[in-house]
Design a protein. Structure first.
Length: 378
């Protein structure tokens, strides 16, 4: 974790780079990789029990540099830099964006290691808002990612592969279901490709994957030193199985609730060809949902929660065409209410099943039913 004896001799300052965290009145030197920081013991001790215990031990004069004690931290320099920024400047997010993840992941990693509770709690709160554990939270998240009818989650939230890797690293099992579901909405090819990241974001994984390829970390062809961060095979397998399970759930819903759906007992159109207008509306909705299952609807074709909510929105839309003019579905209020209820129930059921779809929770197999089973350990 931390060491005062990792270096056999005192480090030479000229061999290290510095940052803006080099204070003239600093009273402790932190050496991290090839970076040196000159900061204040009091600031570290105030927030971290680990630093408090470490600095409570007297340091021999021979282990100082110009009378200032020094410590070697076995961390990534970018993580330490983000931690110092949070301690000195605060951790604020005016308008949440995907770019915040670099700071959030670094500070969460460091605050967990050095027992800085208030920073850890703030990072966890942000992650749980972006990767919620409730359907209400998920719907709020999706609204946040939609601006002027344009849906672009990557502007607001990081790539789910990054979140899955962080959750596995730090044991954040509660955010895995949202992350896997978000990932499965990509096409299979993009799921397999993974996410492009800089080595600073996941330094150890990035270094390993960069060394495994012939492409150097920085080169004319790769000027920013980015690498592809991919899921390990068990988690990739779980993602594809979850994607299939979501599509299967939507197909089952169509068969159960839309194919030949009966009209409401209180259908206002019952006297007109036995509710022809309402039956026709159900058929139109079914055709549109089938497009999502078959993959004809691109972009959101593996998103049963979205597809179901779209089915309800269709009940109130007036931008359909009958060939001559724009119009809405001619479905009565009672049939609308009945269908909205079953859709709401189905969305809740789907949300509760997501952990099972991705092997994060053991499946509850119905008697006589068999299905794929996959276990994923974080």
């Amino acid at each position: 974790m931390v060491s005062r004896s990792a270096m056999t001799t005192s480090p030479q300052l000229e061999n290290f780079k510095t940052t803006d965290f080099w204070f003239s009145d600093g009273n402790v030197l932190l050496f991290v990789g090839d970076i040196a920081f000159k900061v204040h013991q009091g600031q570290l001790v105030r927030h971290s029990d680990v630093f408090r215990d470490m600095f409570s031990l007297p340091q021999p004069v021979s282990e100082t540099i110009d009378g200032i004690p020094w410590v070697h931290l076995h961390d990534d320099p970018s993580d330490v830099l983000h931690l110092l920024r949070a301690l000195y400047d605060g951790l604020y997010f005016k308008k949440p964006t995907a770019g915040d993840f670099c700071a959030i992941s670094a500070v969460l990693r460091m605050s967990s290691k050095y027992l800085i509770d208030h920073l850890r709690e703030r990072c966890l709160a942000r992650l749980e808002a972006d990767w919620p554990t409730t359907l209400l939270g998920w719907d709020k998240r999706e609204q946040q990612a939609t601006v002027d009818t344009r849906y672009n989650p990557r502007e607001h939230f990081p790539h789910p592969v990054l979140v899955i890797q962080l959750a596995q690293e730090l044991g954040l099992d509660e955010i895995l279901a949202s992350a896997f579901y978000d990932l499965c909405r990509y096409g299979p090819r993009k799921i397999a490709i993974g996410a492009s990241v800089g080595p600073a974001l996941f330094p150890h994984k990035a270094r390993t994957q960069a060394q495994a390829s012939a492409q150097p970390k920085c080169s004319p062809a790769n000027p920013h030193g980015t690498v592809q961060l991919r899921l390990e095979k068990p988690h990739l397998h779980a993602t594809f199985l979850g994607r299939e399970a979501g599509q299967r759930f939507l197909a089952d819903f169509i068969q159960r609730e839309l194919h030949g759906r009966a009209i409401s007992d209180n259908c206002a159109n019952k006297s007109h060809a036995n509710g022809h207008h309402c039956r026709e509306s159900y058929y139109f909705i079914m055709l549109n949902l089938l497009r999502a299952v078959s993959g004809i609807a691109t972009g959101r074709d593996a998103d049963p929660l979205f597809s179901l909510s779209q089915a309800v929105e269709m009940l109130s839309r007036t931008d359909f065409s009958d060939g001559t003019r724009q119009c809405g579905l001619r479905i009565c209020a009672s049939c609308k209410e009945d269908f909205s209820f079953v859709v709401g129930r189905a969305r809740k059921e789907a949300w509760d099943l997501i952990p099972e779809w991705f092997g994060l929770r053991e499946k509850s197999v119905k008697p006589g039913a068999e299905g794929d089973k996959v276990e994923v350990t974080s």
